[in-house]
Design a binder for this molecule. Structure first.
Ligand code: S3P
Length: 442
């Protein structure tokens, strides 16, 4: 992909209404679960970002029929649980950890061999956390040193249902085990000591899977009955709360702003950032709350105003794991100190986000303390200096976070390569322009 630098100059207030693209997590799941259902599944509002397009291509290569209509609706004709076939070529999952890890779960429950690869970022990310339970279920995984991509999955027609207690709080691992369990006889259970996003559970139920979740002494136990007859279903994908976060924080930081972001998913397992921003004093509310395909949705209303530093507990990390970079930007402009705990997982995202955020803020004139799994940001109580070029390191959220900082700084902030933004938020620059932010090429 060609390198594409972007610069965000300081901006005054943002105003208006803009719908951010569909939820990335839900879009991947809609395609994969649709591919395992019999009959047609119509997906409205699918995220057409690079990551999800890779999942569409991979599920197509496994035998599902997938078409995008001129009406923007994606139609999937699935092959039934256990009905996918071996791909003729390597499955290139691009930058997408969710695509790769969930697909490993799907592949584990099929008697076929598939090779997965990805870009330099994805090839550097740990896959052992997913491979371990899938091997317990009977799949074979052959990978590069450190269990990294490229890797070969050899699935099985006779997957063993397991009871698996997760050691890292990861919705991707949970989902991979549940997707593999779909084609195992009997019940597969995943135990989560700390709850993570439950989009897979909600969507599996929506497609007719018998799935129960109950509190136990060990944590939340999610149990699914394998080998169901899944039938095609319609899915409405809410706007992505993780994408909405960039426009919302930009509006909060620019006094006089008034922004409405419609149809945003407000699943409680995704709302940790919004809870934290409210604790910081943000004028932020969820209007017209409703349910769509089992997911809670609302219009997010945001007004600019001063923020104060807070302490963010480690227990909140799973519900805002992707939002720490943009929270750190808010913290940099807030009055006082913000302390974030429990950030170890940030080191194995699309980049080492803890290091990238600390480095980037320091370059923009903000005092930070980077711990092994914590971050302290000493807020300026106004506009930070800015005036820096930030390396995105193949990480969409680092790129967008620092562009937001540029809008709220005294001087422009430049991103060396903003092309990764298309993995999750195609049209980011244009959407921000409709609200009044002039992010420019170069
Ligand atoms: C995701 C889960 C999270 C998150 C990622 C999307 C998902 O990853 O960071 O962007 O869709 O299940 P982990 O499962 O590694 O925490």
């Amino acid at each position: 992909m060609p390198v594409s630098p972007l610069t965000a100059p300081p901006c005054e207030a943002l105003t208006g209404t803009a719908r951010v693209p569909g939820d990335k997590s839900i879009s991947h799941r809609a395609l994969m679960i649709g591919a395992l259902a019999v009959g047609e599944s119509d997906i409205h509002g699918l995220l057409e970002g690079e990551d999800v397009l890779r999942t569409a291509a991979a599920t197509r290569a496994l035998g599902a029929e997938i078409e995008r209509g001129d009406d923007g609706i994606w139609r999937v004709w699935g092959r039934g649980v256990g009905g996918l076939s071996a791909p003729e070529d390597v499955l290139d999952m691009g930058n997408s950890g969710t695509g790769a890890r969930l697909l490993m779960g799907v592949l584990a429950g099929h008697p076929l061999t598939a090779v997965l690869t990805g870009d330099a970022s994805l090839r550097g990310r740990p896959m052992a956390r997913v491979a371990a339970p899938l091997v317990e279920m009977g799949a074979r995984v052959m990978a590069r040193d450190g269990c990294r991509l490229p890797l070969t999955m050899i699935g099985t027609a006779d997957a063993v249902p397991i009871r698996y207690r997760m050691s890292v709080p990861s919705a991707q691992v949970k989902s991979a085990v549940l997707l593999a369990g779909l084609n195992a006889p009997g019940t597969t259970t995943v135990i989560e000591p700390r709850p993570t996003r439950d989009h897979s559970e909600l969507m599996l139920r929506h497609f007719g899977v018998d799935l129960a979740a109950e509190e136990t002494d060990e944590g939340l136990a999610i149990t699914l009955t394998g080998q169901p007859e899944l039938t095609g279903h319609g899915v409405r994908v809410p706007a992505d709360p993780s994408s909405a976060a960039f426009a919302a924080v930009a509006a909060l930081l620019l006094p006089g702003s008034n922004v409405c972001l419609p149809d945003v998913g407000i699943n409680p397992h995704r709302c940790g950032l919004y809870e934290t921003l409210r604790e910081m004093g943000a004028d932020l509310s969820f209007a017209q709350q409703r349910q769509e395909a089992g997911e809670p949705v609302a219009d997010l209303l945001v007004a600019g105003g001063p923020l104060s530093g807070v302490e963010v507990p480690a227990a909140r990390a799973p519900s805002m794991i992707d939002e720490y970079p943009i929270l750190a930007i808010a913290a940099a402009c807030a009055r006082g100190t913000t302390v974030m705990h429990g950030l170890g997982e940030l080191r194995v995202k699309e980049s080492d986000r803890l290091a990238a955020v600390a480095r980037g803020l320091a370059a923009c004139g903000v005092a930070v303390e980077e711990g092994a799994d914590s971050l302290v940001v000493h807020g300026i109580g106004g506009r930070p200096r800015g005036d820096a070029t930030i390396a995105s390191g193949l990480d969409h959220r680092i790129a967008m976070s620092f562009l937001v900082l540029g809008l709220a700084a005294e001087n422009p902030v430049r991103i060396d390569d903003a092309s990764p933004i298309d993995t999750s938020f195609p049209g980011f620059v244009e959407l921000m322009a409709t609200l009044g932010a002039k992010i420019t090429k170069s």
